[in-house]
Ligand binder design. Structure first.
Ligand code: HEM
Length: 344
């Protein structure tokens, strides 16, 4: 009976994949972004970015997780406009200094790609496009899916810590809070389910999930009470080993693999771990609190990896088009960390 149910939901995931492939060919779905936007103005830029990324990811594969998360955090605040890359100024504290962004990595890597691109085509290719292309190419370079990245994004000139605080999803959020937040960006429930699959790569600091390990509300008395939705043996391992400071206390800066055992490979490991209640974040566990989302997770785990890849790729293409600035909006920043003209 179990296999029959899995079989039928598996069929629905295949059908869903076919629907998304058809939907992705609808013209106009990406606003004014278009494939090959730089074909005349900077021919070869996509190859240049891809070659650089592949060469570095081969040596330092953790770059892929850094770029993917950077792109996500960029798109969720003011759209994919590279506002996450801007430095704070005397007058304003930028997104990158907001608590949820303090663990972002890869800023220096994006700067290196941008410098290369600027040498070839000064003032032409936006930082937002560089980041979108580099994230895509880095994920593909570690054996993950690839997706179409239409280009023509313009860079924003405003970056606000408060907006990052308000708009970046928190790891403590419930399913409803997460879906509401995704909906506010034009992303659906299934985008949440498939994009959370990004947690198949990368790391988290113990501070990001400590609330589940120590004194979890409602889990009983004492400071060693854990979130009951976390596998008990896994919780003990996290508390006694992974997040334990040398002096025996809790090491908030210690890092743990998001997908234990395969955090460098883009695969179904995250969803498998999720079904075993071995995911680090409460927002990961929240996916199982919704019957339909749980069924989606179960069906994707039952199928070939390729189905997950297609669904993830489709949702990434949607994410990469969130509230983009195009045409005469914004600017093409020369240095991703500062606006071209401080008076902007
Ligand atoms: C659904 C809401 C989400 C929440 C609440 C969330 C939260 C987090 C947190 C707290 C971390 C650990 C940060 C640290 O401690 O260093 C993390 C890591 C990560 N997240 Fe998410 N995330 C979400 C969705 C996404 C999405 C949609 C993507 C990309 C499409 C993504 C990609 C990543 C990656 C790749 C890492 C590992 C980063 C690294 O290795 O440095 N996340 N996320």
């Amino acid at each position: 009976m179990a296999s029959g149910r899995r079989g039928s939901s598996w069929t629905s995931v295949v059908a869903m994949t076919m629907v998304v492939v058809v939907a992705s060919s609808v013209p106009g779905a990406r606003g004014q972004l278009r494939m090959g936007f730089y074909a005349q103005s900077c021919p070869g830029v996509e190859r240049m970015v891809g070659d650089f990324v592949r060469q570095h990811v081969r040596r330092v594969p953790t770059v892929a997780a850094a770029l993917l998360r950077l792109h996500f955090h960029d798109c969720f605040v003011r759209g994919c406009d590279a506002s996450v890359l801007l430095n704070s100024t005397a007058g304003s504290v930028a997104e990158k200094d907001a608590p949820p962004n303090l663990t972002l990595r890869g800023f220096d890597f994006v700067d290196r790609v941008k410098t290369l691109v600027e040498e070839a085509c000064p003032g032409v290719v936006s930082c937002a496009d560089v980041l979108a292309l580099a994230a895509r190419d880095a994920v593909a370079a570690i054996g993950g899916p690839s997706w179409r990245v239409p280009t023509g994004r313009r860079d924003g000139t405003v970056s606000s810590m408060q907006e990052a605080l308000d708009e970046i999803p928190k790891p403590t959020m419930s399913f409803k809070e997460l879906t509401d937040m995704f909906a506010s960006k034009g992303l659906g429930v299934r985008d949440l389910v498939w994009l959370s699959g990004a947690h198949t790569i990368g790391i988290a600091h113990c501070s990001s999930f400590a609330d589940r390990l120590y004194g979890y509300p409602g889990a009983g008395a004492g400071n060693d009470t854990t979130d009951p939705s976390l596998d008990a043996a896994y919780a003990v391992n996290l508390r006694r080993r992974k997040c334990r400071a040398p002096n025996g206390g809790y090491a908030e800066d210690a890092i743990v693999e998001m997908d234990p055992g395969s955090h460098l490979s883009f695969d179904l490991g995250y969803y498998r771990a999720l079904l075993k209640h071995r995911c680090l974040l409460r927002s990961d566990a929240a996916l199982l609190s919704d019957a339909a989302a749980r069924a989606d997770v179960e069906s994707v785990v039952a199928g070939p990896e390729e189905v997950f890849f297609q669904l993830f790729a489709r949702s990434m293409a949607t994410l990469g088009a969130v509230q983009v600035k195009t045409g005469a909006e914004g600017e093409v920043r020369r240095n991703c960390a500062v606006v071209n003209s401080p008076s902007n």
